[in-house]
Ligand binder design. Structure first.
Ligand code: MG
Length: 368
């Protein structure tokens, strides 16, 4: 197999013929797209108008290295299609190229695990840049860039393992504890587990609890929820190999989970040696969305803001990264719904952690 450098081209978001939605909902189409693209496609496609040379390049690339979508014998009247992994505004998607003679000569169609038009910059008439990615496992040429990346900080739950924490249970229990301690009820409304923790740390002394004794009480509750989640966590598919593939970077774990739960699971999953530093809930004063953990990791690595990316699954990760001034990549399927994450324009959006090494190499926009 030859080297597979990244190919970038510009397209303008256009309306389609409206045929794609029904097509994408056919059982065998969905299943084959799922196998070839690595995600369950959102019904419907994004149409992009491209110029003649770009269309010809895409057509040839689809024929040469596109994964085949082949209609089963009973699906008479359907044609074969080819699928190529692409990044659209950092979102892991795929270009689908139907091999029909009357296909558009100037338009390509993109499928994704979510509604691409949920991204604030993907609107009709908008010009966007697409990167055609090398297939997973292909030998990589020198053409990819890491955008001067030095440090990757990684979230734990929902990112490296699946999301299992009982958010509602932990918040309810913490609020009852605080109410029992006569903390004013109105200050607790609308908090999630992380902002509640940060509020307790910030205001504990003011509420009449010396030192950080109130934070320690909340920690005890959260430790139990950590261990409850730990009893169900399973690591992302191929986690050890993925982390090994990122060895050229400094790796830091920055988690809102406590030390006890993290240490136990690093041991169980054989990840003790995978990170240069691990920062848990017990190693910082303020949890994500505070940037404290990411900034601590960057100081440890001697990495500048533009040399750092944080990878997580939640808005807390995204806001922590933004506050720290670093890039943020999102792995879908964790704590926060895809739609809410997309609105905040993460630098990368990946359906699976296994796409991270290639996406970092080819999908990150260079730093200013
Ligand atoms: Mg998480």
């Amino acid at each position: 197999m030859d080297d597979a450098p990244v190919i970038k081209f510009m397209g303008v978001v256009a309306g389609g013929r409206g045929e794609a939605k029904g097509f994408m909902e056919i059982g065998w189409v969905r299943e084959q797209c799922r196998n070839a693209a690595g995600f369950d496609p959102y019904p419907g496609t994004l149409n992009l108008k491209v110029d003649g040379p770009a269309f010809e390049l895409i057509r040839r690339t689809a024929l040469n290295r596109g994964k085949r979508i082949v209609p089963p014998p009973e699906a008479a009247g359907f044609c074969e299609a080819r699928l190529l992994p692409v990044l659209v505004h950092g979102i892991g998607a795929a270009l689908i190229y139907p091999m029909v003679s009357n296909y558009y000569g100037d338009t390509v169609e993109i499928i994704a695990p979510l509604l691409l038009k949920g991204h604030p910059d993907i609107k009709d008439g908008a010009a966007i840049v697409l990167s055609l990615l090398p297939p997973e496992g292909a030998p990589l040429s020198g053409a990819g860039e890491y955008a001067s990346l030095k440090l990757i900080t990684l979230d734990w739950e929902g990112t490296l393992v699946d999301f299992q924490w009982d958010l509602a249970g932990a918040v309810a229990e913490t609020i009852s504890l605080l109410e029992a301690k006569k903390v004013p009820r109105e200050t607790l409304a609308g908090q999630n587990y992380a902002t509640l923790y940060n509020l307790v740390t910030e205001k504990g002394a003011q509420w009449g609890f010396p030192g950080e004794s109130l934070t320690a009480a909340v920690d005890q509750i959260y430790d139990r929820y950590d261990l409850d989640a730990a009893s169900r966590w399973t690591p992302a598919e191929g986690l050890l190999q993925i982390l090994a593939g990122l060895k050229c970077f400094k790796l830091a774990l920055v988690s809102n989970v406590g030390r006890t739960g993290i240490d136990r699971m690093l041991e169980r999953f054989g990840l003790r040696e995978s990170f240069g530093i691990t920062l848990t809930r017990n190693d910082v004063r303020f949890l994500k969305p505070s940037p404290e953990g990411i900034l601590r990791a960057a100081a440890w690595a001697g990495a500048a803001k533009n040399e750092t990316i944080h990878i997580g699954d939640s808005l807390a990760d995204l806001f922590a990264a933004r506050s720290a001034g670093v890039k943020c990549g999102i792995v879908l399927g964790g704590e926060t719904a895809a739609e809410a994450l997309l609105c905040e324009k993460p630098d990368l959006v990946l359906e699976k952690l296994s796409r991270l090494p290639i996406a970092l190499r080819y999908g990150l926009q260079p730093n200013p």
